[in-house]
Design a protein around this ligand. Sequence first.
Ligand SMILES: Cc1cc2nc3c(=O)[nH]c(=O)nc-3n(C[C@H](O)[C@H](O)[C@H](O)COP(=O)(O)O)c2cc1C
Length: 222
Amino acid sequence: MNETTDLFEAMRTMRAMRRLKPDPVPDALIHRILHAGTCAPSGGNYQRWRFLVLKDMAKKQAVQAWYKKAYDEVIGPRYASSAPPPGTDAAKYARQHAAVEYLTEHFHEAPVWIVACLEEEGAGSRMSGASIYPAVQNMLLACRALGLGSTLTTRHMIFAKEVDAALGLPAGVQSYAILPIGWPMGKFGPLGRGRLSDVVFLDSYGNNWREADAVQEARAQP
Ligand SMILES: Cc1cc2nc3c(=O)[nH]c(=O)nc-3n(C[C@H](O)[C@H](O)[C@H](O)COP(=O)(O)O)c2cc1C
């Protein structure tokens, strides 16, 4: 089952889909995804988001070169030397690393990218990110609902200036995420995350809310 309109099902199974087919994605679906993005809230409802839909292979390749450089110099060594995150194990983490490497090599082959940008003065901040990532998550969920694969990627920001120039963004516009979109080679499925009560506190920071785990455990039953 690749499509779903069940929101909770979509959230529970929206894996980072890094292996994508090169087959084209109809514009009508991209329009629906973009519309879902602009349904998101933004601070003051200012809607300073701008979305660059990219199909141009030369531009995607130019960005992929920076994306790969960031992998070679920063991300690859980090993966090689870090422990599996909560909710995963060494084998799953190795599979994630392999998928990350795959996307690095094939980034530009995704038939369509949505580059999520903000029109803003000066350098971005935590505050500005809060006005674009809700739109990004809405678009990822819309992809999931339509059976399309994507991944939230931000690695290009390691070389933000160079990438924004390669994308041809004008002064005062900065990119915050690149969503490579395409039909997935693999299947959507359950995510690996840590225990809820390890990160949720009741009333006092540090007072783990153990009862919160019941929902997660019930959901994990086949
Ligand atoms: C802020 C942020 C930045 C991310 N950047 C990248 C990226 O540049 N490349 C990539 O392959 N995945 C990226 N991801 C995806 C995460 O690596 C992914 O969610 C994680 O591997 C867990 O996979 P799962 O969601 O399939 O469980 C990013 C996720 C977030 C939230």
